[in-house]
Design a protein around this ligand. Structure first.
Ligand code: EPU
Length: 339
């Protein structure tokens, strides 16, 4: 790089930093520097982040997102970081963390309204206590409600999309309510677009006896405990199951003899082969990625099937990465015909 270019880049970065600080300050929102994805994701790997911005209310989140858009500042939304593998490089964009946008779950008859940063396991427990059924299969899935909505989280016969009445989304700095029926809720995938900020949702559940709901939730949790690693640094299932096949990717990786396979600090979980777990202080995102690619390569060879990532890969350099797109200069999605 030429010297003038370096100087120009440095001054651009300084100007951008000032804008970010000002936007956060104006909205009364905390903005932090010096954080790493290794601290913010459940896999505990991933590189430095320029800025982490932490709104505490849905309105604040909508407002800062709108301001970033206007200023052409690239940003990505992060919930609990339990389904994200961010690479080891420096990530030069703003991470809009929703984990403080928690509030309280507000129950009203069969409905519950909840913000994106609210804990999914806690919501399941509270719904059961209120005698409301429909999400008990999701009990114990780590993550936020926002993350669950984003990817239509599911387990043991329940998917969150089935019970969504409306989703609150940030558009043009404001909170807009979108009917759940206008969203496509697919297998671990929805029609929400990259960079779209989900603020919260109203779920409509079904009344049932709290004891029975709790029993079903307990059963799901026990199954999960028995068949999936817990307490380990993971991002849940790494790959989707081959669509429409009724096959389990985990079972197939297991049958390929890959449980316990290691690359640096990344290991194919000995408990469930569709989980990659990280171990030790020196684990890198590149270890997990290398292991994942090795699995995909062998899967392709032995089964002729291209495994699709279920975790989101966040690349520092490529904003159009699989599942890791970013809202920013070239990625603006204003003008898209929203419902
Ligand atoms: N199995 C093995 N070896 C393994 C893993 C599984 O033999 O290493 C066998 C199991 O014994 C069982 C069958 O494969 O007979 C299916 O296993 P499991 O019930 O764990 O289901 P799965 O298809 O592997 C899916 C979801 C999980 C979800 C469970 C339960 C995907 C990619 N995975 O796993 O979701 O918790 O069903 O509903 O859809 C996630 O989304 O992150 C996730 C973990």
């Amino acid at each position: 790089m030429m010297v003038e270019e370096e100087v120009q880049n440095a001054s651009d970065a300084t100007a951008r930093d000032a804008v970010i600080e000002e936007i956060a300050a104006r909205a009364g929102v905390r903005a932090e520097r010096g954080r790493r994805f290794a601290e913010l994701t459940s896999l505990r790997v991933g590189g430095a982040i320029d800025w982490v911005v932490l709104p505490e209310t849905e309105a604040q989140a909508a407002s800062v997102a709108g301001e970033f858009e206007k200023a052409g500042i690239a940003w990505r939304v992060l919930g609990a970081g339990s389904n994200v593998l961010a690479d080891d490089s420096e990530h030069h964009y703003v991470v809009l963390s929703m984990r403080e946008v928690k509030g309280e779950a507000r129950f009203d008859g069969e409905r519950v309204s909840v913000s994106a940063g609210f804990s999914l396991p806690r919501l399941c427990v509270e719904a059961a206590r209120q005698g409301l059924s429909g999400i008990e299969g999701l009990g114990g899935i780590p993550g936020t409600v926002g993350g669950a909505l984003w990817m239509n989280a599911g387990a043991y016969g329940h998917e969150i999309g089935e019970v969504v009445e409306t989703v609150r989304v940030a558009r043009g700095g404001r909170v807009v309510e979108v009917p759940g029926s206008e969203v496509s809720w697919n297998y671990r995938h929805t029609s929400f677009r990259e960079g779209e900020l989900l603020l919260g949702a109203t779920l409509r559940l079904r009344p049932d006896a709290p004891e029975q709901i709790k029993a079903r939730m307990e059963e799901a949790k026990q199954k999960r405990f028995a068949t999936q690693p817990h307490g380990a640094r993971s991002a849940g299932c790494f790959f989707k199951n081959p669509p429409g096949s009724g096959l389990s990717t985990g079972k197939m990786i297991d049958e390929m003899g890959m449980k316990g396979e290691k690359r640096g600090g990344a290991v194919v979980s000995p408990v469930h082969a569709n989980f990659i777990v990280t171990e030790g202080e020196d684990a890198r995102a590149s270890d997990a990625l290398a292991l994942a690619e090795e699995i995909r390569e062998r899967f392709r060879r032995e089964h002729g099937v291209e495994l699709e990532y279920e975790v989101e890969l966040w690349s520092a350099t490529n904003s159009k990465d699989e599942g890791g797109g970013m809202k920013g200069e070239e990625e603006k999605t204003e003008g898209k015909d929203e419902s």
